[in-house]
Design a protein around this ligand. Structure first.
Ligand code: GLC
Length: 429
């Protein structure tokens, strides 16, 4: 029997607290991660709102002067993790990585603000979030169509999704400096990326380092450049939430910028539509080719409120096909694809945070049955296995690290709060 009460979930958040910020899980991920902290804030908001705001505030201590918000903030040097600050060498204080992660922060901050109306805290955070969204517009929109280009698989948050297999093939990893992985000391190697993939991750990192983390050069010449469906949907949604905050603060100067970004992306997403698959798919910019894969993030189309009636119908065919053969939704990779692997990181397992966003989108757009299925499967997985990092969609076993911050946060959100979305969806909590 697993112990999955709200109390245990709260204890996990407290235990992973390192003094104003949380680590995703001790050992395997001993620093502050970008989108992990955003979800952690949603969890804290169910029992300690002050601490929820603080989680986002400490994340922004790692922001660069040009608005860039890194995927990891390293405040201490932890030998249990590779690649740490001495590998990234970004030269900033506090030390950080040189790549970013999915921008869920604006959406979360909107939820916090709607809960406690704390104008002072919002006033302080708002310009920082806007600067980050402007950074995306400046450096990560190469086609000027509102879609987000990723420069490293880790930026997407879906580190080793098979979507990156083909685009990463062009990355030369023959000159990677010798290194020792640390993840395999914490988690079974069957669950973690394979060596060839890891070599490429490090080669891409070394490219960024070799150009002094100049994001313009990385965007133009980086060895890995992919339009990511997840980042694109998440930023579109986040721009809408930031627009609502801009209006709440009467920042009329920013409203036009945000409206433009939203409109661009609403049209731009059609570029990611893959008619053969019936889903929005990531697209390799270098080869100009669709990944041809329906993944869990393809279903974030509803969260981003995009897709024509026909496109949504196709997407739902995919949903039904997967849902009828898979015990636990949403597998990160289509189980009918040859790359599916039920245990290996983003090649199959279910992630509670993707499920949360997907279910929110389904509820908002009136697909309560599908949303309920996603939410119930997520809670069943946690009840069965505990607060794991991810879960095998077939057997329901926990995968990756235990006592995971964002899994505990999603549990708390679904068991207790959901305020931000409650008005729209009624039945969500
Ligand atoms: C893994 C995940 C990433 C997450 C990080 C910390 O790298 O792929 O999405 O942010 O772990 O939990």
């Amino acid at each position: 029997m697993t112990d999955t009460t709200d109390k245990t979930a709260q204890k996990i958040l407290r235990a992973n607290d390192r003094g104003g910020y949380t680590v995703p899980t001790p050992g395997l991920y001993p620093y502050q991660w970008n989108w992990d902290s955003a979800f952690a804030a949603l969890g804290f908001a169910t029992f300690d709102l002050n601490r929820a705001w603080q989680e986002v505030e400490t994340l922004f201590q790692g922001q660069w002067t040009d608005g860039f918000l890194p995927h990891i903030v390293f405040r201490v040097d932890e030998p249990s993790y590779f690649p740490g600050p001495s590998i990234w060498r970004t030269g900033v204080t506090p030390p950080t990585s040189g790549i970013t992660q999915p921008p869920v922060v604006a959406t979360v901050v909107r939820a916090l603000f709607e809960q406690d109306n704390n104008r002072d805290r919002l006033e302080a955070l708002y310009p920082k979030i806007l600067a980050w969204h402007r950074w995306f517009a400046t450096y990560r929109d190469p086609l000027n169509n509102g879609l987000v280009m990723t420069s490293h698989p880790w930026e997407t948050g879906r580190d080793n999704s098979p979507e990156w297999d083909v685009p990463a093939r062009g990355v030369d990893s023959s000159k990677v400096e010798p290194y020792e992985r640390r993840d395999l000391g914490h988690v079974d190697s069957d669950m973690r990326p394979k060596k060839d993939d890891y070599d490429r991750y490090i080669a891409i990192l070394e490219f960024g380092r070799s150009v002094g983390w100049n994001h313009k050069t990385i965007a133009e010449k980086g060895p890995f450049r992919v339009l990511d469906v997840g980042l694109s949907f998440i930023l579109l949604r986040a721009n809408r939430d930031l627009l609502a905050l801009a209006e709440a603060l009467s920042r009329s100067d920013d409203v036009d910028f945000l409206r433009d970004r939203i409109e661009l992306a609403e049209y731009g997403v059609s570029y990611l539509w893959d008619e053969a698959i019936g889903a929005f798919c990531s697209r390799d910019l270098i080869a100009d080719k669709s990944s041809g894969m329906c993944t869990s993030t393809s279903f974030l189309a509803l969260y981003a409120d995009v897709g024509s009636v026909d496109q949504r119908a196709r997407l739902f065919e995919n949903f039904k096909r997967i849902a009828t053969t898979t015990r636990y939704m949403l597998p990160s990779t289509d189980p009918h694809h040859s790359a599916f692997d039920s245990k290996r990181y983003w090649r199959g397992p279910v992630w509670a945070v993707v499920n949360l966003m997907a279910a929110i989108g389904f509820y908002e757009q009136g697909y309560a049955l599908e949303a309920d299925r996603i939410r119930e499967d997520t809670l069943s997985l946690i009840k069965k296995a505990g607060f794991f990092e991810a879960f095998d969609p077939i057997s329901g076993e926990g995968t990756g690290g235990p006592d995971f911050t964002w899994t505990a946060a999603v549990w708390l959100y679904w068991s207790g709060l959901g305020q931000h979305f409650k008005d729209d969806i009624g039945e969500m909590v």
